[in-house]
Design a protein. Structure first.
Length: 251
């Protein structure tokens, strides 16, 4: 039994219960879309788009617009393509199966990246520079990234498998955006309910649902142990410590 096998089984039910693969509510998403305000005919790119739910909603908000989703997970891409067909967006939303840091595209009116800064070798600073380069003068960027809500305890770091330097403060994140030539237009953060629902549906919930549905599987005990460890790490560690900020930025 390998850790990879356990992780795969914990993800077996897929992301079908998730609208977005990030702590985000419907109301919060609508506020982000309104702040991005894509114009009719806009060109939009989402780096690390997953199945492209936010990308599609941005495209739907701007008549005649088109979106490029950059995503390497084939299952997420397949789901995104199916959703685009179902919503009549197949001709307006395309997916590109290349790493975000390798995608070459510019002149966009809006560039998006939520929780994908790790895709760039230099992390957040490199991600912000790449997004800034991807948009035309006067374009906008929607950037979502982690930060410490408070100084992380040893339990929080253990629960995440993180180091203190992996994230900074919210103000530090804003300053990094400014250093990349971007001006904050709106800054919001995921609230506690958004985090709780996300963890319950995704990281903890997927594994728990698989374990309940497969009580006789040889890896049942290992998956249950992994789920319990994740639950302990969240409720006893990084809950209320790790934050997720959404920055709407102008150029």
């Amino acid at each position: 039994m390998s850790a990879e096998e356990v992780r795969a089984l914990m993800s077996a039910p897929g992301n079908d219960r998730l609208t977005w693969n990030t702590p985000l509510s419907e109301e919060h998403a609508a506020q982000l879309i309104a702040a991005c305000a894509p114009d009719p005919g806009a060109r939009i790119a989402d780096f690390g788009s997953g199945w492209g739910e936010l990308l599609m909603r941005l495209v739907e908000a701007a008549p005649g617009s088109a979106g490029d989703g950059v995503e390497t997970d084939p299952e997420a891409v397949a789901r995104g393509q199916r959703l685009a067909r179902e919503r009549g967006l197949a001709g307006r939303v395309r997916f590109h199966g290349v790493p975000a840091a390798e995608y070459r595209g510019d002149g966009y009116d809006l560039a998006v990246s939520i929780g994908s800064s790790h895709a760039w070798p230099g992390g957040t600073p490199d991600a912000l520079k790449a997004l800034r380069s991807a948009v035309r003068p006067g374009g906008r960027v929607l950037f979502g990234d982690g930060f410490w809500e408070r100084e992380p305890s040893p339990a929080a770091l253990e629960g995440l498998g993180a180091e203190p330097g992996d994230f900074g403060t919210l103000l530090g994140l804003v300053r990094q955006a400014e250093a990349a030539g971007l001006r904050p237009l709106q800054v919001t953060v995921a609230d506690q309910r958004e985090w709780d629902l996300f963890e319950s549906a995704a990281n903890i919930g997927r594994g728990e649902r698989w374990a309940l549905a497969n009580p006789g599987h040889p890896l049942h005990a290992a998956v249950t142990e992994a789920v319990d460890a994740r639950r302990t790490g969240y409720y006893g560690g990084y809950r209320g410590t790790l934050g997720l900020a959404y920055l709407v930025l102008g150029t």
